[in-house]
Write a protein that binds this ligand. Structure first.
Ligand SMILES: NC(=O)c1ccc[n+]([C@@H]2O[C@H](COP(=O)([O-])OP(=O)(O)OC[C@H]3O[C@@H](n4cnc5c(N)ncnc54)[C@H](O)[C@@H]3O)[C@@H](O)[C@H]2O)c1
Length: 246
């Protein structure tokens, strides 16, 4: 079903971190489903010459003022926000806790967890007022299992799962559903920066024997953001090829 197929104006979907990688795939998928996409990113350059969304906003999700301006601009230009996909994220260094720089801990937690909180906090009053909305947070299988040498990322992504569940409960009965997805490693350009040994090691943990694709994440997010998702909230949707056991 197309998201905008009910005869109403096309739904407006905000996707953070939409300029590249998984966010770009999600934004394109939502566009294909009939949404007007507002692409939020603190570096919109990768979109130049590649694709133009209906709306693009330069925003840093770690700053409340920047997020408030992005909401204001999206509402002024597109009139409403029906979907919020919190996808923007960073990995941080790959070292154990005892070597992890405090500044990097703060940066990863700020983007990956506080950024989700700030975007939700800014958009929700509008969704509550309209009595409808869909929020999809991009967590990671790492938030369930914890990866060695990724303490901040593991903690932040686990935090996103907790935030999703808490927020969903606060919004029950208001027409706003909140869910998250937990992909295993996804095939993106990032793989070009990794050694084949490391990729093989990660792939070996996945019973299906392959990595997740951007399209698989985008399809699941589109369903969670769409009209067919009516009885799921506060839930964690697995995309790990059988790796996660809960
Ligand atoms: N790549 C994977 O294997 C994988 C697996 C599971 C989950 N995830 C999650 O998926 C999401 C997207 O990952 P990706 O691999 O596409 O990453 P990516 O680095 O390709 O894209 C991330 C995007 O977020 C933007 N961004 C970063 N900080 C920002 C900020 N402060 N404000 C606004 N935008 C900001 C970047 O500019 C970039 O466009 C992340 O949350 C990541 O943790 C990725």
């Amino acid at each position: 079903m197309r998201l905008g197929s009910s005869g109403r104006a096309a739904p407006v979907a905000v996707v953070t971190g939409a300029a590249k990688g998984i966010g770009f795939g999600i934004a394109k998928r939502l566009e294909r489903a009939g949404c007007q996409v507002s692409a939020w990113d603190n570096n919109l350059r990768p979109l130049c010459g590649r694709h133009r969304f209906a709306h693009e906003v330069d925003v840093d999700v770690v700053h409340a003022d920047s997020v408030a301006c992005a909401v204001e601009r999206t509402l002024a230009d597109l009139g409403r926000i029906d979907v919020l996909v919190n996808n923007a994220g960073v990995n941080g260094p790959t070292v154990p806790v005892w070597e992890y720089p405090e500044a990097e801990w703060d940066r990863v937690l700020a983007v990956d967890l506080k950024g989700v909180f700030l975007c939700c906090r800014a958009v929700i009053p509008h969704m509550r007022e309209q009595g409808s909305g869909r929020i999809v947070n991009v967590s990671s299988v790492v938030g369930k299992e914890g990866n060695a040498k990724a303490p901040a990322y593991s903690a932040a992504k686990a935090g996103v799962i907790g935030l999703t569940k808490s927020l969903a409960k606060d919004l029950v009965g208001e027409g706003v559903l909140v869910n998250c997805v937990t992909p295993a490693m996804v095939e993106t350009e990032l793989l070009l920066e990794m050694t084949s040994d490391y990729i093989d090691m990660v792939r070996a943990k996945i019973p299906m024997g392959r990595l997740c694709t951007v399209e698989e994440v985008a399809d699941m997010v589109a369903w969670l953001a769409g009209p067919e998702c009516t009885f799921c909230t506060g839930a964690v949707f697995d995309l790990s090829g059988g790796r996660a056991t809960y």
